[in-house]
Design a protein around this ligand. Structure first.
Ligand code: XIL
Length: 345
C-alpha cells in the first residue's frame, strides 16, 4: 500500500475525536448560522442612535431586526399626508450595513394609529369609503418605499380576539372582514417578493384564537390571497405554564403552507428577580427556540428587545420586568446562555 493510502486508512479507522461536530456557538449570530435560522430583535430606535454599547451588541449578535415602533402608522404619518420616514430609514440602513434582514411591523393594527385617523373616523369626517382608500394608500406607500429591503411584513396584527371573534377595530367596523384580504393583496402588489404575515399573541396556546386564526388563514389561501406566514408574538411570563403545545400549533399552520416565525418573544417575571426565576426563564427561552427549530417551516426567532434596559414590559405589566436575554448593563443572563446551548437542527 502506498503511504498515503495507509495514512488515510488509519485516519478512517480512528474513533472520531470527542470535539467532532460544530463547536459551541460563541454568540447568537453564530448560533443562527449553525442552526439555519434567523435570530432577531426588536429595535429601540433612540437607543440605536444614542447608545454605542446597545448598537454594537445589536449589530454583532443578530441577523434579523424589527422596528419596535418606528414603522407603526403613528410614527410614519403623524399628520395626514406628512410622512416621517427618518427613523424607519435609519433602521433599514443600519440593518443592511450589518447583514441583517428586516421584518416590517406593522401595516394594519388597531393600536398606535395617528390621532388624525382615529378622530376623523370617530367624528365622521372620514367616511368608510374614504377610510378604505386611506388604508390602501398607507399600505402601498409604505411597502413600496421599502420594496426589496424588507424580508417579511406583519400585514395584519392582532386581528382576532381572545374569544375567537374577529377583533372589533375601526377596520372591521367600517370596512367589514374583507379588509384583511384587501390588505394582503395591496401589500403583495407593492412588493411581490416580501413574505406577508398575519401576526398575533396568545396563539401559542389559546384554542378559540388558534381555531379562528387557522380558519382565517385557510380561507384566505383558498381564495388565492397572498398570505405566506404566521407570526407568533410569544409574549410569555414564567408565572404561567410554558405553552406546551406550541410546536404542534406551529406544525398545523405549516401544514397550510405557511412559513412560521416567532416574532416578539419575551419572558417576563413578577419582580423581584431571583436566581430561581432566571433559571425558569432560561428554560422558557430554550424551549421556545427548540420548538421553533423542531418545525422545518420556522425560519425566524425574534425577541422583543434584547436588554432589560429597553423593554416594554415594566411599562405595560404592573410589577413585572426582567423579560430579556441581557440585563440593563448588557450582561448575559442564564437565558442567553441557554439559547447558545440549544442544538436541534
Ligand atoms: C409595543 C412596544 O414595545 C412599546 O414600546 C409601545 O409603547 C407599544 O407597543 N404587540 C405588538 C407590538 O405587536 O407592536 C407591541 O409593541 C407589543 C405587543
Amino acid at each position: 500500500m502506498k503511504p498515503l493510502i495507509i495514512a488515510l486508512a488509519l485516519v478512517l479507522a480512528l474513533p472520531a475525536p470527542a470535539s467532532a461536530g460544530p463547536r459551541p456557538p460563541r454568540d447568537l449570530r453564530e448560533l443562527a448560522h449553525q442552526q439555519g435560522i434567523k435570530i432577531g430583535s426588536a429595535v429601540n430606535i433612540a437607543a440605536l442612535r444614542d447608545e454605542a454599547d446597545y448598537r454594537k451588541m445589536l449589530n454583532h449578535q443578530f441577523t434579523h431586526v424589527t422596528a419596535e415602533n418606528a414603522m407603526k402608522w403613528e410614527s410614519v404619518e403623524p399628520e395626514r399626508g406628512r410622512y416621517t420616514w427618518a427613523d424607519a430609514d435609519a433602521l433599514v440602513h443600519n440593518a443592511h450595513r450589518n447583514r441583517q434582514r428586516v421584518r416590517g411591523h406593522t401595516l394594519v393594527w388597531h393600536n398606535q394609529l395617528p390621532a388624525w385617523l382615529t378622530e376623523g373616523v370617530a367624528d365622521g369626517s372620514i367616511t368608510p369609503r374614504e377610510l378604505k382608500g386611506i388604508l390602501r394608500d398607507h399600505i402601498t406607500t409604505q411597502v413600496r418605499r421599502y420594496k426589496g429591503k424588507i424580508r417579511a411584513w406583519d400585514v395584519v396584527n392582532e386581528v382576532v380576539e381572545e374569544d375567537g371573534s374577529l377583533r372589533q377595530s375601526i377596520w372591521l367596523t367600517h370596512l367589514g372582514p374583507g379588509y384583511i384580504a384587501d390588505a394582503f393583496r395591496w401589500a403583495h402588489r407593492a412588493d411581490p417578493h416580501a413574505k406577508l404575515y398575519i401576526n398575533d399573541y396568545n396563539i401559542e396556546w389559546n384554542a378559540p384564537k388558534i381555531e379562528t386564526t387557522f380558519s382565517l388563514v385557510k380561507d384566505l389561501k383558498a381564495q388565492g390571497v397572498p398570505i405566506h406566514g404566521v407570526g407568533f408574538q410569544g409574549h410569555l411570563g414564567i408565572q404561567y405554564d410554558y405553552p406546551a403545545d406550541w410546536a404542534n400549533v406551529m406544525r398545523r399552520f405549516a401544514g397550510l403552507g405557511m412559513e412560521i416565525a416567532i416574532t416578539e418573544l419575551d419572558v417576563r417575571m413578577v419582580l423581584p428577580v431571583t436566581p430561581e426565576k432566571l433559571a425558569t426563564q432560561a428554560g422558557y427561552y430554550r424551549r421556545a427556540l427548540t420548538d421553533c427549530l423542531s418545525v422545518k417551516a420556522c425560519k425566524e426567532f425574534t425577541v422583543w428587545g434584547f436588554t432589560d434596559r429597553h423593554s416594554w414590559v415594566p411599562g405595560w405589566f404592573d410589577g413585572e420586568g426582567a423579560a430579556c436575554l441581557l440585563d440593563e448593563n448588557l450582561a448575559p443572563k442564564p437565558a442567553y446562555r441557554a439559547l447558545l446551548g440549544v442544538r436541534a437542527r
